[in-house]
Design a protein around this ligand. Sequence first.
Ligand SMILES: *[C@@H]1O[C@H](CO)[C@@H](O)[C@H](O)[C@H]1NC(C)=O
Ligand SMILES: *[C@@H]1O[C@H](CO)[C@@H](O)[C@H](O)[C@H]1NC(C)=O
Ligand SMILES: *[C@@H]1O[C@H](CO)[C@@H](O)[C@H](O)[C@H]1NC(C)=O
Length: 353
Amino acid sequence: MGNVKCDLLQVLASTHPNFPTWERIHLETSTMNKSITQSLWTIKSKILKLCLFLFLATMAFMGFHYHSINMNLVPSTVHPRTVESLYPYLIEEPSKCRGDPPFLLLLIPSMPQDVLIRDVLRKTWANESLVPGISIKRIFLLGRSFVNDTEVSVEQESSTFHDIIQQDFLDTYRNLTIKTLMGIEWVSRLCPRASYVMKVDGDMFFNPWFLVRQILQPEKPLKLEFFTGLVVRGAPFRNKDSKWYISYEMYSKNLYPYYCSGTGYVFSGDLSPRIYKEAKGMTIFPFEDVFLGICLERMGVHLSKSGGEWFIGERVEYNRCRFTKLVTVHHYSPDELLKLWPDFLKALGDCNG
Ligand SMILES: *[C@@H]1O[C@H](CO)[C@@H](O)[C@H](O)[C@H]1NC(C)=O
Ligand SMILES: *[C@@H]1O[C@H](CO)[C@@H](O)[C@H](O)[C@H]1NC(C)=O
Ligand SMILES: *[C@@H]1O[C@H](CO)[C@@H](O)[C@H](O)[C@H]1NC(C)=O
C-alpha cells in the first residue's frame, strides 16, 4: 500500500479482524435465544435459522461450482476466494536454492515490462554478492503481462539471470497478494532452509549490510517466528474511488490489525510454510501487507517492533551517513539508485569509523 499508510489513522486499541462467518452468526443467534423466553420468539428464531441454513447451503453450492477468480470486489457478485491452489508456474526456477541454503532470500515484486528496473536492481542493492561471507539470493516475482512480446523477453532474461519466477495470473495491483503468496509458496517448497526472507519493493532504497549486521546478526542463533518491518495500523478505505477501497463484505472491522508495510519487511524462514498454510484457508485480500498482518494475527505471531525506525515508509532525501544506518527508504527510482550507489558504497566505509 506504499507510504499512504503514514496518513492513516494510527490507533492503539486492539481489535481482531472478524470476517462475518456463519459460525458467528449462528452463535449470535443462539445467544439471542437464551435471553428470549417467549415461545413465539423461539419460533421466529427457528425460521430465521432455517433461512440462514438455506442461504448458507445455496452459497456453498454456488461456491462449489465457482472456479474462476473474481477480485473486482463488486459486493453482489463477490465470492470469497481462498488459496486452495495457486496458478501454474510459467517460470519456476526450481534449482535456485540447491546447495547451501541462503542466509537471506530477497523477494522482489516486479512487472514483466520492468526490465530496466530489474537491471538496475541487479547492479545495486539486489546484487547477490554484496555482503562478504553472507549468502544472499534474489528472486523477482512476476505475473503475466497483457502483451505477448514481453513474455518472450522475460524468458530470455530469465535464462540469463535465473532470478525470475512467474505464475500465470494477470500482473495487476489488486493481484499483489497472489504475487506475495507465490513467493512464500516458492520459499516453503523450493528454498525451505533459507534463514530469513525479505520482501522489498522495486522502488525502494535498500541497505542489506545494515539488515544483515544489525538486525539479523548471523553470528547469533537463528531467530524463529520473527517478523519485522515498518509496523503500522490503519483503517480500511470505504470510498469506492480509492485505490485502497475495501468493501464491508471483504473486511467489516473499522481497523486493520497491526501489519508491516509492504514496502519492505523481513521474516524468519520458519514462518514461510506456516504463513502459506494459514493463507490457504483465508479469503484473498487485495493488499498483501494487510493480508499478511491478518494471517500473522490468526497465527498468534507478534510483529517485532525493534527495527521500526530503520524501515522508512516515506521519501527521505539521500543522506550518505544516515542511509548506512537504516534498512529501507521509500521511494527511489532506478536512475536515482544508479546515481547514488557508488557514493553509498564509499559511505559504508567512511561513516562507520
Ligand atoms: C556485485 O557486487 C560485487 C561485490 O561488490 C561486485 O564485484 C560485482 O561487480 C557486483 N555485480 C554487479 C552486477 O554490479
Ligand atoms: C497472446 O498469445 C495467445 C496465444 O499464444 C493469443 O491467444 C492471444 O490473443 C495473444 N495476446 C495478445 C495481446 O496478442
Ligand atoms: C488476477 O489474475 C487473474 C488470473 O489471471 C485474473 O483473472 C484477474 O482478473 C486478476 N484480478 C485483478 C483484480 O486484476
